[in-house]
Ligand binder design. Structure first.
Ligand code: ACO
Ligand code: OAA
Length: 381
């Protein structure tokens, strides 16, 4: 076998700048994140998810009339057609919700006559349609898992409130809706993360936006990326109480396990979004009277920090926050996808505008060159 040269190969593309973007900027040194120049914490405090989506796609925050028109389009597009509902119904109930999303997006693409229209207005219209319909898919699937009928969207409600309505048949306290909206804003965009990059690779071949988003969903599902928010909650449930945290963490590390919801490829001094999401989790814990869960969250964070010096990432506070909002664990990564749909499609559009094929090189480390033997001379195992 040939050996990889240590200088030219960047395993996992770590440290490689693979392109340019105008959409968001991570400053690792200061653990900060901006969307189109605005600090994400400020957006999370003062904007709706719809305003942030508009910003990410169109480059600036909407004026009142732009927001009004954008919101009306979103509210008018939420309903799924009978064909998509029928496809969703036929998917086995045991299917992972991220596979349901992947199938739904695929079906929405096959049903859209504009799928192969590369013009900017068509790309934005398709992105807006996916933003409006994905929550309907996630809510219908959430209810299906609990043996409940689908609830139609309510056009009187904003995106976040309507989502609760479609999941549970009621809208909770405004603070709960706001905490959810904060999570959507924080999850909406994060530069060249694995799922966004997967989407950009597909878009770079001049493929369509639905195919690109399907790739994004597949990449987000994995537990080293979006799937971690589900694993965080399974871990917290397994540990159970704060007094067991230190011992559990020590054993997991001794066994060579990665602690889910901790560590990050880019942030080495803390994830810019965690303080804002931790505050939202704390508000949720107050509202739901979940002080013990909050103690456990803090105890695991302390134990991991003490033993490894590794900080939590956004998936760590989001998992328990979603649980306290009433969602079941399999819904957590789809909630992430609902939000990241915005960043994905903004990047897909940007990549299409750039029109440059993404195709890196690899260094071959396999067998030396050799002649092809006839069958009688081949050695079996
Ligand atoms: C919103 C998001 O998608 S954020 C990411 C969500 N994913 C997770 O929470 C999964 C858990 N975390 C991890 O697996 C990693 O931290 C990743 C994949 C996110 C980033 O990993 P990388 O940049 O590849 O760093 P890498 O895995 O090489 O870690 C560097 C060192 O820190 C350790 N480390 C990193 N994360 C963790 C963790 N969560 N638990 C324990 N050790 C960890 C590694 O074992 C490694 O140690 P070593 O140098 O002794 O071998
Ligand atoms: O940026 C990353 O690698 C992962 C992440 O935090 C995200 O996608 O939000």
């Amino acid at each position: 076998m040939a050996k990889a040269s240590e200088t030219s190969v960047h395993k996992g593309l770590a440290g490689v700048v693979a392109g340019t973007t105008e959409i968001s900027m991570i400053d690792e040194a200061t653990s900060s994140l901006t969307y189109r120049g605005y600090p994400v914490q400020e957006l999370a405090t003062s904007c709706s998810f719809e305003e942030v989506a508009y910003l990410l796609w169109y480059g600036d925050l909407p004026t009142e009339s732009q927001l009004e028109a954008f919101g009306s389009r979103e509210r008018a597009t939420r309903t799924l057609n009978r064909g998509t509902l029928e496809v969703l119904r036929r998917i086995p109930e045991s299917t992972h919700p991220m596979d349901v999303l992947r199938t739904a997006i695929s079906h929405l693409g096959s049903d859209d006559p504009a799928e192969d229209d590369p013009s900017l207005p068509a790309q934005h219209a398709m992105a807006e349609a996916m933003m409006a319909r994905l929550p309907t898919v996630v809510a219908a699937d959430h209810r299906r898992r609990h043996g409940l009928e689908t609830i139609n969207p309510d056009p009187e409600l904003g995106l976040a409130a309507n989502f609760f309505h479609m999941c549970f048949g009621e809208v909770p306290e405004p603070e709960v809706v706001r905490a959810f909206e904060v999570s959507l804003i924080l999850y909406a965009e994060h530069s060249f993360n694995a799922s966004t990059f997967a989407g950009r690779v597909v878009a770079s071949t001049r493929s369509d936006i639905y195919s690109s988003v399907t790739a994004c969903i597949g990449a987000l599902k994995g537990s080293l990326h979006g799937g971690a928010n589900e694993q965080v909650m399974f871990m917290l449930e397994e540990i159970g109480t704060a007094d067991r945290a230190a011992e559990w963490v020590q054993r997991a590390l001794d066994d060579g396990l990665k602690i889910m919801g901790f560590g990050h490829r880019v942030y080495k001094h803390g994830d810019s979004r965690v303080p804002t999401m931790m505050a939202a989790l704390e508000r949720m814990a107050d509202i739901r009277g979940a002080g013990e869960l909050m103690d456990l969250v803090r105890a695991v964070e302390e134990a991991v920090m003490e033993r490894t010096g590794i900080y939590p990432n956004l998936d760590y506070p989001s998992g328990p926050a979603y649980r306290l909002m009433g969602f079941d664990i399999p819904a957590f990564t789809p909630l992430f996808a609902m939000a990241r749909m915005i960043g994905w499609t903004a990047h897909i559009v940007e990549q299409k505008e750039e029109d440059a094929l993404i195709r890196p090189l690899s260094e071959y480390v396999g067998r030396e060159r050799r002649p092809v033997p006839v069958p009688a001379q081949r050695e079996g195992d």
